[in-house]
Design a binder for this molecule. Structure first.
Ligand code: PGA
Length: 262
């Protein structure tokens, strides 16, 4: 992202954790310790679907909320699924697409990700497309080819306006929940490759405005160095986001990195 327009996004992915009775206590604590709102910093929560409405209320308009997944059809006989219009009707405005746990535990394909992105855009949700290589793919030096394929297939055929509401998260699978974070320089190299691919797909102007978040064992003590990299526009945080104080510290770290760049 160009320095002038730079906006940092700190996103919490709760995965399949927390229940309704945890939500108010989580946000009471989060708001007590979180840095004051800053227009250059966006804070975003991805709670499980049954907690969406409650999370929208508890974020008081000062943070954004999104779903963790959506089906590609707007409605129908798909027992157990959640549609993009349902997420929007709950007051959320974002949705994760293609998280590695969806791809690798539930067999989600690039083609399904492409359909989900279109469904999200049709429902006026901003999709956060997750891409990232597995350890064996990195060991074989295929990490760039893997993320370029994931991006190209998911975004194929989308026109300019639609691409402006897309966000991307680079999450190397070997770094998720393992305590192994990509070194900031390695993350930057992959983010730059993603940006280049987005330039090809969306054109230079739109690509500059698409936030590219890093995810994979982000913690309060490593977020600042990651976000200090020029193409790392924020973080998608799993485990460490379950502790409201820890996630508030991550927001503070992202903000510090951002202030250093202003
Ligand atoms: P982690 O998860 O922070 O626990 O590694 C990140 C993610 O899966 O989005």
């Amino acid at each position: 992202m160009s320095a002038g327009a730079r906006r940092v996004v700190l996103a919490a992915n709760w995965k399949m954790n927390l229940v309704a009775s945890d939500v108010d206590a989580y946000f009471d604590e989060f708001w007590r310790v979180a840095p004051a709102p800053d227009p250059a910093i966006e804070v975003l929560f991805f709670p499980p679907a049954p907690l969406l409405i409650q999370a929208v209320q508890a974020t008081r308009g000062e943070a954004e909320v999104g779903g963790q997944n959506c089906h590609w059809e707007p409605a129908g006989a798909f027992t157990g699924e959640v549609s993009a219009p349902m997420i929007h009707a709950a007051g959320a405005r974002h949705v994760l697409v293609g998280h590695s746990e969806r791809r690798h535990l539930f067999g989600e394909t690039d083609e399904q990700c492409a359909m989900k992105i279109r469904a999200a855009l049709d429902a006026k949700l901003s999709p956060l497309l997750c891409v990232g290589e597995m350890l064996d793919e990195r060991d074989q030096g295929r990490q760039r080819a893997v993320v370029i394929r994931q991006l190209s297939r998911a975004l194929d055929g989308l026109a300019g306006g639609a691409l402006e509401s897309i966000r991307v998260a680079y999450e190397p699978v070997w770094a998720i929940g393992t305590g192994r974070t990509a070194a900031p320089a390695d993350a930057q190299e992959m983010h730059a490759a993603i940006r280049e691919t987005l330039v090809t797909i969306a054109g230079a102007r739109a690509a500059r405005g698409i936030p590219i978040l890093y995810g994979g064992s982000v913690k309060p003590n490593n977020v600042e160095a990651l976000v200090a990299e020029s193409d790392v526009d924020g973080a998608l945080v799993g485990g460490a986001s379950l502790d409201p104080r820890g996630f508030a510290a991550i927001v503070a770290g992202g903000r510090k990195a951002m202030s250093a760049l202003r």
